[in-house]
Design a binder for this molecule. Structure first.
Ligand code: CA2
Length: 148
């Protein structure tokens, strides 16, 4: 069976490419989704790409990933810095999760240096803009190896 991964995006990422291009770049979330689809085909995996502005929906999507997907790439947006609920959800699903950010959160405001996702993720990719998405897909597929 084809391996599947979930790419999950949090609040305000639907606005990408439309505002603050100096911070987040000119690429839209649809452009990123298209890039990820092409990368998935190249890697021989399937991929579900989602975005929600609602914390509970992100928690539900993480719960539903168990049994459906082999791993998750999560750009939790601002919930990265606030959400114990997302941290607990990741701990509960027993799936590898890669934390992803477009910007280098460590080079920005102090409140962005704290991540509730980092302690429960297998790793973090940040600061490479939209290119971080295919990088994270390579990293997740490599982490998963031949295991089911
Ligand atoms: O760099 C990232 O990917 C972030 O997860 C983006 C979040 C931010 O709160 C995190 O600290 C880092 C914000 C996403 C907001 O996206 C916008 C896009 C266009 C216009 C306004 C916001």
């Amino acid at each position: 069976m084809t391996r599947s991964i979930l790419i999950l995006n949090g609040p305000n990422l639907n606005l990408l490419g439309t505002r603050q291009p100096e911070v987040y770049g000119p690429t839209t979330l649809q452009d990123i989704q298209d890039m990820c689809s092409a990368k998935a085909a190249q890697l021989g995996i399937s991929m579900v790409f989602r975005q929600s502005n609602h914390e509970g929906e992100l928690v539900d999507a993480l719960h539903a990933a168990r049994g459906t997907h082999a791993g998750v790439i999560l750009n939790a947006g601002a919930y990265t810095h606030t959400s114990v609920a997302l941290m607990d959800a990741i701990s509960s699903i027993m799936l590898p999760v890669i934390e992803l950010h477009l910007s280098n959160i460590h080079a920005r405001e102090a409140f962005r240096h704290k991540s509730y996702i980092a302690p429960v993720a297998i790793g973090q990719i940040c600061g490479f803009g939209a290119a971080g998405y295919p990088l994270a897909m390579d990293a997740l597929v490599s982490y998963l190896g031949d295991a089911e």
